[in-house]
Design a protein around this ligand. Structure first.
Ligand SMILES: [Zn+2]
Length: 219
């Protein structure tokens, strides 16, 4: 009989984590929403178009990613320029907004796919889950595998926490097909479906989908 062998989820040892100095250096190269706005409304002519294109493409839009629904009421110009120049975080934000708030699922999926293909972790994770729930199990599973969860689920769990945070105000409606598409990859009984935190290689995908569906019931 199959045995449910739990994959560890602890934080990897310090040696493989980034040091504060490395974090600082990588942050110093980051552009923010304020830089995007500086490009849009610059009257001084000190920023070149080339610089702006780079900023539109690479700016981190953390405040918007934390709550994509904010872009329903503003930030149109900022988002549009970032989308136009292929900013992967902007595509994630637009994807969440289109899919969940404006109920344009094909359009939402196109944006999420873009962010997933550009290795934006949150986009990759969410797109993978939505793909599996839509019945495209293999596509979704292959994308989730990019998070290398088989030996330790710490980093994939971290991405899920970030995704969950970005969805905290987003209304999620359960579709009838979700249940059917989950039954198709139902794990063996020994996997204890009630304990979704303890996953083995057989029940990992199923329990990730279940975690997402918990958001539907939060009321
Ligand atoms: Zn299991």
């Amino acid at each position: 009989m199959y045995k449910h062998k739990v994959i560890p989820s602890w934080r990897p040892k310090k040696a493989v984590r980034r040091t504060p100095l490395m974090m600082k250096l990588s942050h110093a190269r980051e552009f923010s929403l304020a830089d995007v706005r500086r490009c849009l409304y610059d009257q001084t002519g000190r920023i070149t178009m080339k610089e702006c294109r780079y900023i539109f493409r690479h700016a981190r839009l953390k405040t918007l990613a934390k709550n994509p629904l904010r872009t329903l009421r503003g930030y149109n110009d900022e988002l549009e320029m970032c989308l136009r120049y292929g900013n992967k975080e902007a595509h994630y934000i637009e994807g969440v907004k289109q899919f969940f708030a404006l109920h344009d699922r094909p359009r939402g999926m196109r944006h999420l796919k873009f962010s997933a293909e550009k290795q934006y972790k949150k986009g990759n994770y969410l797109y993978a889950i939505l793909k599996m729930l839509a019945g495209d199990h293999v596509v979704g599973m292959n994308l989730l595998d990019l998070h290398k969860w088989r030996n330790n689920t710490y980093s994939v769990d971290k991405v899920w926490k970030q995704v969950k945070r970005t969805l905290h105000e987003v209304p999620i409606i359960k579709r009838r097909t979700y249940g059917t598409n989950m039954i198709l990859i139902m794990p063996p009984r020994s996997c204890n479906l009630k304990d979704i935190k303890k996953r083995c290689t057989k029940c990992f995908y199923y329990k990730e989908m279940e975690k997402f569906l918990e958001l539907v019931y939060r009321g």
